[in-house]
Design a protein around this ligand. Structure first.
Ligand code: GDG
Length: 750
């Protein structure tokens, strides 16, 4: 519309100016025409009245009678509405007869004046008058002159009418021309826009148009497309804080930034496990931070999740291509299961991953075990996963999201087979310093594998920095800490911090009863008094989670504040994990033993200070515990992030409860309103528990509110979205750079 106005306004001004110049010209011209008409008319009247008037003048009668007759004659002639007055001048130039209307200015002409060609125009108070002197002749002798005065007001009326019509005419012309201009301008503008959009958007139809009508613009179009996408991606990344982060935002990024590109997730752990139990198949979601985080992301993105099929009924559930659609209630994406032999699972998963890399990366003072046979299995299984990725990829450039330390070799293996893929690897656990990592016999191979990624993500900047230091120490690579990039073997990997989170609000919170109902239900379930104060720990049964230290802190609390004996219990939900590993079996035994010892020391009469639940819980049950607990203690000795801390905060929509959080978790960098402790410092931890149990409601509310808004704002959709935006930005940049290499951007580069 604005474009149309740009045409119409100058057009209207021009036509107005033309009308302004034309109207006086037309006015003048029409006046001349009318005067000439009046001259002719006057002559006609004179000719018509000549004979009867001469007869009147020459009739032998008294002057008085003649006067009356001339008066009557004149009155008859004046019946004509345009005639205004009549008069007669004799041959001596004296006015002898006149109608009363004859103006004083219409005087007789001198007797010897030459005949008048045209009449005169007189202006008096009545307006314009046309006066003409017409000779009255008898047998060649002039008897005098008849003065015929015409009223010219009708001419003015007509002139005004003419002006009006001219104005209307020009207005009509302006309107028609404007309308035509608008229509043509709109059509051509739309056409142009469609053309430019077509050039820029680059969709198939548009390219057809591009190809047939504007082939000469094609190279510019490609560069424009790339640049516009790049700018859009830049803008989006700058606007990250403005996005309402949820499943829709992720879908929008996939649709708009990534143009619906294919997304594959690869992890060891699958999000749904089919288990055979008592002749029936059960579906279970494993206790895993990785699954907790990625499952809602995958529900939003669709795509394929490639994972080890570890359940006893997993083979029964898949189709002939080893795929199964999930979630079972509302399928939104599919799992492609990878099968491993028992020996492979033992060597790759339990051996190299969990007895080697896991303790290597966590400072929990458990020695890593490295066996060459495990390493061989690890390599074999990584290759198997790579085969499946290549098999599942429908396009040459999918986005492959590689998860965790089980698949460190996968990025390079995929890069070799799908060089155009965007590979985003996320390392869910800490990255150690070079000295610690340096004990790994195959350290170079692991680093090279990871550097096949386009983007490598960690939870915290410390882990990124440790990775830079490690690569710097062990590989011939260029480490650029300013751009957070590592160049190795001619390829570049961006190393970024992406703090993981949970979906907000969590799905498991949806059908929860009010907090009071949860409090009562959980206390009834553990056979406790409704007034019992409750502490809570939720973990996989893993030595890195600091469960022993946690129990020691509870014991110390009961020592220093005996008033809590009988009044405070600590529930520990401990999901069995990696239980075939000796270290884990030993750890479980130590946990059980410590709980028993403390219970023996302070328990009795149905009261247990430590309530240990070594079993898998349904996610909804876990949330019921969160809502029932007065304090949640996360005491990890070392933890990449720790999602339990965020889940506890998200579960407390009543803004009550206190989080006691280990300083060695990634979460402690975000949730600074928690009571941050060093879990090795038992005195300090016990004091924090005491502080938590006595914290005024107002302070609980203030701390909780602040942490809840952070978890809400920085949820798992934002975590995934930031990586996908970075992937989109990287893909656009590659496109622009490959155009530049092909020489198409030479103009812009100059
Ligand atoms: C790794 C990193 C990082 C626990 N017991 C049960 C159960 N859980 C759920 C919790 C939570 C998840 O498991 C544990 O997540 P964490 O983050 O605490 O720990 P890891 O499994 O070690 O995860 C960690 C994470 O990856 C993500 O990057 O934060 O640092 O070590 O969601 O609720 N869930 C169910 N039953 C249980 O008995 N359903």
């Amino acid at each position: 519309m604005r474009i149309s106005l740009r045409f119409v306004i100058p057009l209207a001004v021009t036509l107005g100016a033309i009308a302004y110049m034309v109207v006086p010209l037309v006015d003048n011209l029409t006046l001349k025409w009318f005067v000439r008409d009046l001259d002719i008319r006057t002559k006609l009247i004179t000719t018509a009245v000549q004979d009867p008037f001469v007869e009147l003048l020459t009739e032998r009668t008294r002057d008085k009678v003649r006067l009356q007759r001339v008066q009557a004659f004149f009155n008859r002639i004046l019946q004509d509405e345009r005639l205004f007055a009549l008069g007669f001048c004799d041959a001596a130039g004296t006015l002898v007869y006149k109608t009363p209307t004859l103006p004083a200015e219409s005087t007789c002409r001198p007797p010897d004046a030459p005949p008048e060609e045209t009449g005169r125009v007189l202006e008096n108070q009545r307006g314009s008058l046309h006066v003409s002197s017409n000779p009255i002749v008898l047998e060649g002798k002039q008897l005098g002159e008849l003065l015929i005065v015409h009223d010219m007001s009708f001419i003015e009326r007509r002139s005004a009418d003419t002006k009006k019509y001219i104005f209307y005419l020009f207005a009509a012309i302006a309107a028609v021309v404007a309308l035509l201009t608008v229509v043509i301008a709109e059509l051509s503008w739309r056409g142009l826009l469609a053309g430019v959009k077509a050039l820029i958007s680059g969709d198939r139809d548009a390219q057809a148009l591009d190809g047939t009508r504007m082939p000469e613009l094609r190279p510019i179009a490609r560069d424009l497309q790339a640049l516009v996408r790049d700018l859009e991606a830049e803008r989006r990344s700058h606007d990250e804080s403005q996005i309402g982060w949820g499943p829709d935002a992720l879908r929008r990024i996939l649709r708009e930034d990534l143009k619906g590109d294919e997304v594959l997730i690869v992890s060891n752990r699958e999000p749904y496990i089919h288990e055979r139990r008592d002749n029936a198949v059960e579906i279970r979601q494993p206790a895993s931070g990785l699954v907790t985080a990625l499952e809602p992301v995958m529900r939003a993105c669709s795509g394929t999740w490639i994972a080890h099929g570890s359940g006893s009924a997993d083979r029964e559930a898949v189709d002939e291509n080893d795929r199964v659609r999930v979630p079972p209630e509302h399928p939104a994406y599919r799992i492609r299961r990878v099968w491993l032999t028992k020996a492979e699972e033992q060597g790759y998963y339990y051996g190299f991953s969990n007895e080697g890399l896991w303790p290597l990366c966590h400072i929990a003072h458990v020695r890593p075990t490295f066996r060459a046979a495990d390493w061989e299995h690890y390599r074999t299984v990584n290759r198997r996963f790579a085969d499946v990725v290549v098999d599942e990829a429908r396009t040459p450039d999918p986005i492959v999201l590689v998860q965790d330390y089980h698949l460190a070799l996968l990025p390079r293996l995929v890069r070799q087979r799908l060089p155009r893929a965007t590979i985003i690897t996320f390392w869910h656990i800490p990255w150690p310093n070079p000295e610690a990592f340096g004990i790994l016999p195959w350290r170079e191979a692991v680093l090279e594998g990871l550097l096949g990624s386009s983007i490598l993500g960690f939870h915290t900047q410390i882990h990124c920095n440790n990775f830079f230091d490690t690569v710097d120490r062990f590989l011939e690579a260029r480490v650029n800490r300013e751009t957070f990039a590592i160049s190795y073997g001619g390829e570049s990997t961006e190393v970024r911090r992406y703090p993981i989170s949970i979906e907000y609000p969590p799905a498991a919170l949806a059908a929860q009863p009010p907090v009071d109902a949860c409090r009562n239900r959980i206390r009834a379930r553990i056979g406790a008094d409704p007034d019992l104060r409750l502490g809570l720990g939720v973990d996989r049964l893993d030595y890195t989670k600091g469960i022993l230290e946690r129990f020691m802190a509870v014991e110390r609390l009961l020592e220093i504040e005996p008033r809590w004996v009988g009044k405070f219990s600590f529930v520990q939900i401990a999901a069995p994990s990696r239980s075939s590993i000796d270290e884990y079996q030993g750890f479980e035994a130590r946990v059980r033993a410590l709980a028993q010892r403390i219970n023996r020391r302070f328990g009795g009469g149905g009261y247990q200070p430590i309530i240990l639940k070594v079993e898998h819980h349904d996610a909804r049950e876990v949330y019921a515990y969160y809502r029932a607990a007065d304090v949640c203690y996360v005491s990890s000795l070392h933890d990449g992030m720790n999602l339990v801390a965020k889940e506890y905060v998200a579960a407390r929509d009543d803004e009550r409860g206190v989080l006691v959080l280990s300083q060695f978790t990634g979460a402690a960098r975000e949730l600074s309103e928690a009571l941050i402790v060093n879990p090795y410092d038992i005195e300090q931890s016990a004091a924090a528990l005491q502080l938590a149990l006595t914290m005024p409601a107002e302070e609980q509310r203030a701390r909780m509110r602040s942490m809840r808004s952070l978890v809400q704002e920085f949820n798992v959709y934002r975590w995934a979205g930031r990586m996908l935006i970075d992937a989109a930005r990287m893909r656009h940049r590659h496109r622009v750079l490959s155009s530049a290499r092909a020489g198409r951007l030479h103009v812009i580069n100059r």
